[in-house]
Ligand binder design. Structure first.
Ligand code: NOJ
Length: 758
């Protein structure tokens, strides 16, 4: 672990190398401001409170709210979260700017996770598009809408890799793969922050949850994480590094402990790697109350100790633990903490405030006319619809069921989610008005040539749906089955919208059962028995285990939770007005017992059966090893053929590169898009490497009958990993290559990296 002295040396070196003139100017301003600040005011910049009273009403007079209010007026609050809307933000900002001694503006944070008021698809769904431009745009639109409502900073993107479908927050990230995760992380950061952070249309981003939160044991949220060095460096950290390289201004640490040390107090993660090796100059916010949670973890003895550990480790801002505001000043005065750490943390926060333009104009994000014009604008709605269509994955399409014919059909639409205007808004929709999503039922009716008959079949949830703990899932009431069966019997095609309610995934929503919730599986089988022409549209925030449906239902469309424009996106795909091109960013298991299941697993010493009847190889005796639907998988209404894998050479030294190409042909009758995927396999290494790893992808659009050459450049950087020596290097030897349409299908070859050190 680094000493404070070496940390300070690193800090000064970093400062000396700060690149832009603008940034140097801010540094000077920060420095001169720090000189005027009392210790308490500097600590104030490290303190973040949740919105604690109705800011447009009277000031709080008693209790905690009154105390927080006093802190705000003393200049002891640097940031607030969950205050939103121009009127409210202006009111708190006014206190900070006009009533405190130095008038330092607040930075206002909010969870803009999949949109602000207008909801885009949940992040897992967006990742299924593999369309980085669209993802970038989606983040930019969310930023624009949030910024217009007074927000300066989103707690997104979540870049946690997750391999466990039980974990509810799978919905919030880009899935199981590190390479895709890196690309999506960078696109989201750039989308939120834009070219100019001081623009009133952009907001600061936050890479979270640093680190390894997605590896909670047994998929139970907030649980212990215990992973090895190789997994940490090769799988977990790269998307955070990619976010840093994309210029992310802030990081959020995590609730979990990592190998015995809570992430919030983890100097190895924060000081050594993030602020040391990577040279991150922004600030780190704790997760909600996570500083104090170090007591429950069994790491800190009390709040004062927790504050000490967190600040020493490099957590710059305290979200709702009250630990910094209450404990840090005495810790400094007693000589337990060096004031230089406070100066550094406060400077980091102030610097981001300068970059946001808050010192030039604290009300820059508080323009009521702009808020009115931007919120729910056509530009934002159109981007949400576009993103939603691109997020859909066609999993199965037999008997020519899809696209649906536009005329003369009787269509039975079954499932309570088909008529739901709330669930598609997903889990993190704090600013959205309830019931503002377009339902599938509403959107199907836009296609007037067919007769649509709706039957709910069964309610999914009973009672309050805002929090899953209060949400009772219907496991018994089948009174709607008869109507559903009757409706199905009269129909040419049955469209069933089934899956999880939007509130069944997200924070704190871990599940031990990843099948269709409630009585929906039984409903599916009952309706199928009445009319087998079933198109199953899935709504879910995590991979589901649906072996019966995969075997029996002829057409399956993965439609996640797609946000405000959900119904239109689904209807346009069902009717073929949009040809789906999404690919799964997570493996779908055959059964829960396979979890965690992910395509880039290791080989083991016994990867295949040594003989038909032998039991001693790495497998289950009651289930296959392979997933139901693999990572990278997804169909189109057209078909693509891969041929002619060519490598420019079969050996390279690392000073040069290999060009790998294939021919891709659209062999169907419709134009369409295909995500061409490059996978590599390092056959032997000082630390064993996965059986394959995604190392590149391209989204290619082709007219019917058209062909093109798709190429990838393979250089040594693509082959590097965190070796047994703890360095990033490519090791010489043989590599397998596959270019194809999913992690399980492609053209294969091999090449060799020669030489000794790369
Ligand atoms: C806790 C969550 O873990 C984090 O992701 C979120 O940003 C904060 N709460 C603030 O709402």
């Amino acid at each position: 672990m680094r000493t404070i002295k070496s940390f300070l040396a690193a800090l000064f070196i970093m400062a000396a190398f700060s690149i832009t003139a603008q940034s140097m100017q801010y540094e000077k301003q920060v420095e001169s401001l720090l000189e005027q600040m009392t210790l308490e005011e500097k600590i104030g910049q490290m303190n973040q409170y949740n919105g604690f009273w109705n800011v447009t009403g009277p000031a709080p007079e008693n209790g905690t709210a009154a105390k927080k209010y006093e802190h705000l007026r003393n200049g002891w609050v640097g940031s607030m979260l969950n205050v939103r809307g121009v009127e409210n933000v202006r009111a708190v900002q006014k206190i900070a700017v006009e009533e405190t001694r130095l008038g330092i503006p607040l930075i206002i944070g909010f969870d803009v996770i999949h949109g602000y008021k207008t909801q885009s698809p949940i992040p897992l769904a967006e990742a299924a598009s593999w369309d980085l431009e669209a993802i970038h745009k989606s983040a930019a639109m969310a930023a624009k809408e949030a910024a217009a409502a007074g927000i300066n900073w989103t707690f997104a993107p979540m870049v946690d890799i997750s391999r466990d479908a039980r974990w509810g927050r799978v919905m919030e990230g880009a899935g199981e793969d590190t390479y895709l995760g890196c690309e999506v992380a960078a696109a989201r950061v750039r989308g939120f922050q834009g070219e100019d952070l001081a623009s009133p249309h952009t907001i600061a981003a936050c890479a979270k949850h640093y680190a390894a939160y997605g590896f909670a044991e047994a998929g139970r949220d907030y649980n212990t994480v215990d992973i090895g060095r190789s997994t940490l460096h090769n799988v977990v950290l790269p998307p955070f590094k990619a976010a840093k390289e994309a210029g992310v201004k802030t990081f959020m640490n995590a609730f979990n402990e990592l190998n015995g040390i809570p992430a919030t107090g983890n100097a190895y993660l924060l000081r050594d790697i993030l602020k040391g090796d990577w040279g991150f100059e922004g600030f780190v916010v704790s997760d909600w109350g996570s500083i104090n949670e170090m007591i429950a973890h069994g790491h800190a003895r009390d709040t004062s100790h927790a504050a000490e550990l967190a600040v020493e480790a490099g957590s710059d801002m305290d979200m709702e633990s009250y630990a910094y505001v209450e404990e840090l000043a005495s810790l400094v005065r007693e000589g337990v903490i060096d004031e230089i750490l406070i100066d550094d943390a406060a400077a980091r926060v102030l610097h981001v405030k300068y970059e946001l333009g808050l010192f030039d104009d604290p009300y820059r994000y508080c323009d009521a006319a702009r808020e009115k014009e931007v919120t729910g604008s056509k530009e934002i709605m159109d981007a949400c619809l576009d993103m939603a269509k691109k997020s859909i994955v066609l999993l199965k399409n037999e008997r020519g069921l899809l696209p649906l014919k536009k005329e003369g059909q009787k269509i039975a639409l079954i499932g309570t989610l088909a008529a739901d205007n709330n669930s598609p808004l997903g889990s993190w929709r704090l600013a959205a008005d309830d019931n503002t999503a377009v339902s599938v039922l509403e959107a199907m009716k836009v296609y007037a040539g067919n007769e649509i008959r709706y039957a709910s079949g069964a309610e999914l949830a009973i009672g309050n749906t805002a929090f899953i703990t209060e949400m009772e899932i219907n496991t018994t009431d089948k009174t709607g089955f008869a109507e559903a069966v009757a409706t199905a019997k009269e129909a040419d095609v049955v469209v069933m919208v089934l899956g999880e309610h939007g509130f069944q995934s997200g924070e704190g929503r871990s599940r031990t059962n990843i099948s269709l919730p409630g009585v929906q599986q039984e409903l599916l089988e009952t309706v199928y028995a009445a009319n087998p022409n079933v198109v199953l549209v899935l709504n879910n925030g995590r991979p589901l285990a649906l072996p019966w449906a995969a075997e029996n239902i002829p057409a399956i469309v993965e439609a996640w939770q797609l946000g405000t424009q959900s119904g239109h996106a689904i209807a346009q795909v069902l009717y073929g007005d949009y040809n789906p091109s999404g690919k799964l960013p997570v493996s779908f298991p055959r059964s829960l017992g396979q979890v965690p299941i992910y395509y880039n697993h290791k080989s083991t010493g016994r990867p295949v059966s040594p003989g038909d009847k032998l039991v001693f190889w790495s497998h289950y005796i009651d289930e296959e090893n392979s997933p139901l639907f693999p990572f990278g998988y997804g169909l189109s209404y057209t078909t693509f053929e891969y041929s002619n894998l060519q490598l420019s050479k079969n050996k390279f030294t690392g000073d040069d590169a290999i060009k790998a190409s294939i021919t891709l042909k659209n062999t169907g009758t419709l134009k369409g898009k295909e995500v061409v995927q490059l996978y590599l396999h390092d056959r032997f290494a000082s630390v064993t490497r996965p059986v394959k790893e995604l190392k590149g992808f391209q989204l290619v659009a082709l007219e019917a009958g058209e062909s093109t050459t798709v190429s990838f450049i393979i250089d040594k950087k693509l082959l590097q990993f965190y070796t047994a020596k703890g360095e990033w290097a490519a090791e010489p030897g043989m590599f397998g290559i596959m270019i194809g349409s999913s992690s399980e299908e492609g053209l294969m070859g091999e090449f060799e990296l020669v030489g000794t050190k790369h």
